[in-house]
Design a protein around this ligand. Structure first.
Ligand SMILES: [Mg+2]
Length: 347
């Protein structure tokens, strides 16, 4: 993508709740002592070099919740604060629709990130349209709903948007009732069936590669030969690795690289950071980009895709990207907040 790769990868994400910030003296101790970040409004986030990062820790003291009309406004900066801002852009319009990443934002390694359950509960109660996004194409929305429910987050099945669904919707818009040879799991095969695609090993329109935990030499060989014979190459997501408790897992992007090496053909990646995935998500809930926000934990997928789709972007620091890494990218999120718990006052 032409940018510096973060030192960290998905498999070494911090445990939930551990926010790694360089903060003013005393504030870090306050956070470690359990003080809610929302009570530290106005404290600057700074890089190790002392450079002001993105305004302040945001959020409003929950003892005085904002009225509906100013719920999208940021606390005003102090006129006595001389530090330069790298980015500090409050939403131009109230945020009416929300897209939120799943891993690193709502859950981490199967466990709830504090505040995520309340965030989703308030979203549902407010009647705002929202979708939970994931690049993982293994599971169906029903599977994912059950996995989230296990952690205490109650998300309707219809509010889950996977790269498999985005891929199926894309192919349906390009070649309705087409055919595909699929390497993937139920999340992908079900999505393609539901849009009317036929799965075949003989002369398909597309080879569609998704995530699986059982990549087979035979299936990869067949994919390579079908692509050599003219099948178009699609991949659900470009992630090179995925996280697990034991360490990195090879993900669809790595297998796609293998097939590209063998065929000379590069796939079209549908998942994040492709803004197509977010635009399709907005279409799904009839939302408009100028009044929608995305919450993500990765600069190179969530924030980049959100930026290119015209969304307001929140980076949370409970996943892959650290506060120190933000400044290394050639683009910025609209806001950096410690965790999704700091966004409750928007709802
Ligand atoms: Mg994530």
């Amino acid at each position: 993508m032409g940018l510096a790769e973060p030192r960290r990868s998905a498999n070494v994400a911090r445990p939930a709740g551990q926010v790694r910030l360089t903060l003013q003296p005393g504030v870090r101790l306050a956070l470690l002592a359990g003080v809610r970040p929302a009570l530290l409004v106005g404290v600057p986030l700074v890089t190790p070099a002392g450079r002001r990062l993105i305004g302040s820790i945001t959020g409003v003291d929950d003892r005085t919740p904002p009225s509906r009309d100013d719920s999208f406004a940021r606390p005003p900066r102090s006129s006595s604060d001389p530090s330069p801002l790298v980015g500090d852009r409050p939403p131009r319009l109230p945020i009416e629709s929300w897209l939120t990443d799943m891993d690193g934002v709502l859950i981490h390694e199967g466990s709830l990130i504090p505040g995520a359950d309340e965030f989703v509960r308030r979203l549902v109660a407010s009647g705002r349209s929202f979708l939970v996004l994931t690049n993982n194409s293994i599971y169906t929305p029903r599977d994912l709903r059950a996995r989230l429910a296990h952690t205490g987050i109650d998300v309707p099945e219809s509010a889950i948007w996977t790269s498999a669904l985005a891929t199926a919707r894309f192919l349906d818009s390009q070649r309705p009732a087409g055919s595909a040879f699929v390497i993937g799991e139920a999340g992908l095969t079900t999505a393609l069936h539901e849009v009317g695609y036929t799965l075949t090993e003989s002369d398909p329109d597309y080879v569609v590669l998704g995530e699986t935990r059982n990549y087979s030499f035979e299936a990869i060989t067949r994919a390579i030969r079908l692509i050599n014979n003219g099948a178009r190459f699609i991949c659900t997501n470009p992630d090179a690795t995925g996280p697990s408790r034991e360490g990195a897992l090879p993900a669809a992007g790595s297998v796609a690289a293998l097939i590209t090496k063998a065929t000379g053909v590069k796939p079209y990646f549908v998942g994040k950071p492709n803004p197509l995935m977010m635009r399709e998500a907005l279409n799904r809930i009839s939302a408009h980009s100028e009044t929608s926000a995305i919450v993500g934990d990765r600069m190179d997928t969530d924030v980049l895709g959100g930026l290119e789709a015209g969304l307001y972007t929140f980076l949370v620091l409970t996943g892959v990207t650290t506060a120190e890494e933000v400044d290394r990218y050639p683009y910025l999120p609209s806001q950096v907040v410690p965790s999704i718990a700091d966004l409750l006052d928007y709802l």
